[in-house]
Design a protein. Structure first.
Lengths: 181, 184
């Protein structure tokens, strides 16, 4: 579903994804430099693909998704939680799709907001994610947010014709609360 | 592309496709608290004939899923083994197995079944990686997976609940490259 909650941090605001955001996503997702890091990405999506994607997320009660925008209201990417409610856990997926906005701490701010929402509002025990072993920028960001490395999935993903390892990282509610005190 | 449940024959077990007449058996297996204990099922609603039928029907339309019934060589069904999330692009799938007839636990039936599936996945489907997750305290399961060539790749903290208590799970992976080198 599209989250109705608006979350505001130091640098970004998370708000519901709207249909008018989709053309920007299509534009950004045509860039190999962006999609190279995205596990779920196959061919660059068309506007029709994105619309279908948007509708399927909207109808999925176990998915919470936001658009990420700067505090000035400029769209830069999206973030979602894929929930496993009975296990009290979720998998996070985040993409700052606008490459000109990389390395400014926007992702870090967004991840922190989503963790807070996941642990405080949804009362999850665990938020996990996977990322390429080579994605040093993302790993640094996740570690800053308190996620820990838990494992390395060998040859998990085909990237440009070769097999890359995938890192599993997770944050636990108990650690999160302790760190905040 | 649909992947079908070809009959696979090992030293102790035969794997065959599920049939509608198996459903009452699945209901009995997956209602057993000792069986559920080790599965993600432990905190799910009860299994009924309707819920199993629904799962069976849904599985038939899923091109990324194969599920076999594990039978003894004299034809007694004792459990299920399958692959889900078959991803031909990345060449990987997740393995799941459960032996529903408890008197067959710890006797090598699961090991034989998994070896057949590994061979099928690597040699016939052309996959490069199989992975699985299992409860950290499932020593019998872990021993079996290691015997089949799975390697521990990580510890997922508080990954699921068992009777409302958070439980760590281990993630393991087997690579075609290593399986071939081991001469399996």
């Amino acid at each position: 579903m599209i989250s109705e909650s608006i979350l505001e941090g130091q640098k970004v605001r998370l708000r519901p994804v709207e249909e008018r955001d989709l053309p920007r996503f299509v534009e950004w997702l045509a860039d190999r430099e962006v999609t190279r890091w995205l596990a779920a990405m196959g061919k660059p999506p068309t506007l029709e693909d994105e619309l279908e994607w948007y509708e399927s997320k909207r109808g999925d009660p176990d998915n919470v998704m936001w658009a990420i925008e700067t505090l000035e209201g400029q769209l830069v990417g999206n973030v979602e939680l894929r929930l496993s409610p009975r296990a009290r856990r979720a998998e996070m997926g985040i993409a700052i799709q606008d490459r000109s906005q990389w390395n400014r701490g926007l992702g870090t701010d967004a991840v922190r907001l989503v963790l807070e929402y996941a642990f405080d509002d949804l009362e999850l025990n665990r938020v996990e994610l996977t990322t390429d072993e080579e994605n040093a920028r993302a790993i640094r960001c996740y570690e800053k947010c308190g996620l820990q490395r838990e494992g390395l999935l060998r040859q998990h993903r085909l990237i440009d014709g070769r097999f890359g390892n995938t890192l599993v990282m997770a944050a636990l509610r108990d650690d999160w609360r302790r760190a905040r005190r | 592309m649909m992947t079908d449940e070809r009959v696979l024959q090992g030293d102790k077990v035969r794997l065959r496709a599920r049939e509608e007449r198996d459903l009452p058996l699945f209901v009995r297996w997956y209602s057993d608290p000792d069986v559920r204990h080790w599965l993600h099922l432990s905190d799910r609603p009860d299994v009924t004939l309707e819920s199993e039928r629904e799962r069976f029907e849904k599985a038939r339309d899923d091109p990324a899923l194969v599920v076999w019934v594990i039978e003894t060589l004299d034809g007694r069904p004792i459990g299920n083994v399958g692959l889900q999330g078959i991803d031909r692009h990345h060449g990987r799938a997740e393995l799941g197995i459960s032996i529903g007839e408890k008197e067959y636990w710890g006797r090598g039936y699961g090991t034989d079944a998994i070896r057949q599936v590994l061979g099928y996945a690597f040699a016939e489907l052309g996959l490069r990686r199989l992975w699985l997750i299992t409860d950290e305290d499932n020593e019998r399961g872990i021993r079996c997976y290691e015997k089949c060539g799975f390697v521990r790749e990580g510890l997922l903290r508080n990954h699921r609940l068992r009777h409302s208590q958070p439980l760590n799970m281990i993630i393991m992976g087997a690579l075609r490259q290593e399986w071939t080198e081991a001469g399996s």
